[in-house]
Every structure is written in structure tokens, then in C-alpha cells.
Design a protein around this ligand. Structure first.
Ligand code: ATP
Length: 355
């Protein structure tokens, strides 16, 4: 049991034969609705304003029903309505980001996963405590700009999707940019990026076992980031700076990837450590999470971020991935979430995967 929250108590009035999978219309919602339907659930899309017409274009992924609200915070006042419909909420990046982690924690609707994780992933300080405490290697942190002795990435607090980051090579360059907001300075890790999509099940008793439950690797992607990913076509960054053109890291899409097979042992080792540490810190992460990593030419990983819920990088894998195919065909992360809810219902252990 991940907690005896108010939301969880509301399960007592639920009709377990008529559960509805609900999420905010955005981010990974198509995948979540499609996966839920494949697992036999009804679906509900929470839409800010009138539902976008693109849902009509994808009949299998269109929710059975929409709940329309004016803005994100209004979702809080819809808790009774959602519970009356037997809704289970699936958090995703935009849902948590736009509602805000604090509001999300107070939403009294049964929600997939352990909400306590939100506090740990939304603060760069707590995130580092979790990952480094788990024995994961992260990019070096520079507490004083004067100490910059190599290329670094300066991340503003509250920056979303890599917007507002900048790269500098030394202290002099840092001063020229002169950031005015609160920031974190991280070593710029040179290497190739892999965004590893895991799923931790506290219910499954076969596969890659942990001290409790089992860990899966469902897929891997790399983000397409504008304009850094295409900038080289215009010339060197040094040349471009003279024209006032600086790199940005704004995510626009996702590319499917596989990793050298020999690196999979370390991929699982890292996922295992992150889950095991989460048991000690906040009672355990549940369901999908992503480690955002860079591999250098010595084949060493550094993890620069953990996202503790379904990430948009899983979207290319609606019909499965080269990894989920080894578990079962057509297994997207959205479907795996619905499957976990089904397994929990069968075992009468729903309270162990919801909060
Ligand atoms: P999101 O919340 O969407 O994950 P964010 O605003 O927290 O985004 P990050 O994921 O930390 O931002 O970083 C955005 C991008 O910046 C990364 O995808 C990666 O390309 C680059 N990046 C971040 N940290 C580093 C680093 N230490 N070294 C090299 N590149 C980095």
C-alpha cells in the first residue's frame, strides 16, 4: 500500500467492474487511451476547452468521453464527478506540470503510481539526492560559477522542456550571458543521449526481479531538440554566436532507438538502483519512469534527469518496441499501465499501485 490518502479511500465506493481510465488530453493521452481500450477499459479525456479535433482523426485513441474544463486548476473541483464515474487518473508530463505538483498531490481521485515521487522528481536538489544516493553517476554540479573549468549547461529553475538553457565554456563566457534567474550549473556531458523507458511492477513475480517486484525495459528514444540538433548545418556555434544565434533544447519530437546490447546490463543495473533507493526514500516508485542518460566514448553512463511517470518518448511505440516485443507483442507503455491495473484488480491489490 503506497499510502492511505483520501483519494485511495474513495475507491471503496467504486464499481470495480466499470473502471474508467482518465487523463489530460495532451502529451501521451492517445497512447494511454489506446492502451486502456486494448485492455478492456472505458476511457475519459479531460480537455482544457473544447476537445481538439485531432482526436476524431484517431478513432482507436479517441476517449469514449470528454470532461471539459476551462483551465487546469478547475480539474481539482471535478474530483467528485470523476470519482462518480469510477475514474483512475494516469499522470503524464503535461498533466503534472500544468496542474503543478502540489495541486496534483491534493487531487482526491485515485491515481496510478505513488504521488510522493512528484516531490522528488520536481526538485533538482531532491532528484540529485535520490539518484546519487542510489549510486548513479550524474553530471558534475558547479555550485559557484567561478569554478567553471569545462563546458557547462546552465539550467534555469522552472525551465520547461529545455527552454532557457544555455551552454558556456568558461567563467568569462558565463559572465557575458549574465543569468538573472535562479539557475543550476551542470557539467556538459559529451556523448550520445539515450532516454530509457522503464516500468516497475510491484505485482509481477517473474522477469528481472528486484527485492520486491520486477523491472522491465519497455523502450528507448532520443528527443529531437530544436534548434541544437540542426544547428551544425549553419556552421560552428562560435560563428553563430557572432550572429546572436544560440542553441536551445526545446523538445519537438522523439526518435526510436536501440542501445548496444552489451550496455543493457548497466541499463538494468541503473534502473534497479533507482527503484531500490525509492523504497527507502518514499515507499517506492510505481509504473513507468525514464532515466535521461548520456553515454560517453568510454561507454560510461551519466544520468542528468529522472522523469517519474510516462514520458512522451514512449509515443513511437504504440505497437511495441524492440524491447517490449521480448515481453509480449503490441505492448506500449500506455497499455502496460492499463495491464497493471487489470492485474491489480484480479489480485485485489489495487491499493498497492494507486495513491
Ligand atoms: P524535461 O523536463 O522536459 O525533461 P528539462 O527542462 O528538465 O526538460 P533536461 O531534460 O534536464 O531539461 O535537459 C534538456 C536537454 O538538455 C536534454 O534533453 C539534453 O539534450 C540537454 N542536456 C541537459 N543536461 C545536459 C548535460 N548535463 N550535458 C549535456 N546535455 C544536457
Amino acid at each position: 500500500m503506497v499510502g492511505d490518502s483520501e483519494a485511495l479511500k474513495r475507491l471503496e465506493s467504486y464499481d470495480m467492474d466499470d473502471l474508467v481510465i482518465a487523463t489530460l488530453c495532451s502529451h501521451t493521452s492517445l497512447q494511454i487511451f489506446d492502451g486502456a481500450r486494448k485492455e478492456g477499459f472505458k476511457t475519459l479525456g479531460i480537455s482544457i476547452g473544447p476537445p481538439s479535433k485531432y482526436y476524431d482523426a484517431f478513432p482507436n485513441a479517441r476517449p469514449d468521453e470528454f470532461l471539459v474544463v476551462d483551465n487546469h486548476v478547475d480539474i481539482l473541483s471535478k474530483a467528485d464527478e470523476l470519482c462518480a464515474k469510477n475514474a483512475i487518473l494516469i499522470p503524464h508530463g503535461s498533466f503534472v506540470e500544468y496542474l503543478g505538483p502540489d495541486n496534483f498531490e491534493n487531487l482526491t481521485v485515485p491515481t496510478f503510481g505513488n504521488r510522493k515521487v512528484l516531490k522528488w522528481e520536481s526538485s533538482r536538489i531532491k532528484e540529485r539526492e535520490w539518484l546519487e544516493g542510489a549510486g548513479i553517476k550524474m553530471p558534475r554540479l558547479f555550485t559557484k560559477p567561478e569554478e567553471i573549468d569545462r563546458p557547462v549547461v546552465v539550467k534555469f529553475d522552472g525551465a520547461k522542456g529545455g527552454r532557457g538553457f544555455f551552454i558556456v565554456k568558461d567563467y568569462e563566457e558565463f559572465n557575458k550571458v549574465g543569468p538573472t534567474q535562479r539557475y543550476t550549473i551542470q557539467e556538459y556531458v559529451l556523448g550520445t543521449r539515450y532516454y530509457l523507458h522503464y516500468f516497475f511492477s510491484p505485482l509481477k513475480e517473474e522477469g528481472y526481479r528486484l527485492s520486491n517486484g520486477s523491472l522491465e525495459l519497455l523502450s528507448i528514444d532520443r528527443r529531437d531538440e530544436t534548434n541544437i540538433d540542426e544547428m551544425y548545418k549553419l556552421g560552428s556555434q562560435e560563428e553563430l554566436k557572432k550572429l546572436d544565434l544560440y542553441p536551445s533544447f526545446v523538445v519537438t519530437g522523439n526518435v526510436p532507438l536501440t542501445i548496444r546490447e552489451s550496455l543493457l546490463a548497466e541499463v538494468f543495473n541503473m534502473g534497479e538502483k533507482v527503484v531500490e533507493k525509492s523504497f527507502d526514500l518514499f515507499g517506492g516508485i510505481i509504473g513507468p519512469f525514464c532515466l535521461e542518460t548520456i553515454v560517453n566514448d568510454k561507454l560510461e553512463f551519466k544520468v542528468f534527469e529522472v522523469s517519474a511517470r510516462i514520458v512522451a518518448g514512449t509515443n513511437p511505440f504504440i505497437s511495441g518496441s524492440p524491447y517490449s516485443d521480448f515481453i509480449e507483442p503490441n505492448l506500449s507503455t500506455g497499455r502496460r499501465i492499463a495491464q497493471e491495473i487489470n492485474i491489480a484488480c484480479e489480485l485485489d491489490r489495487l491499493d498497492e499501485i494507486l495513491s
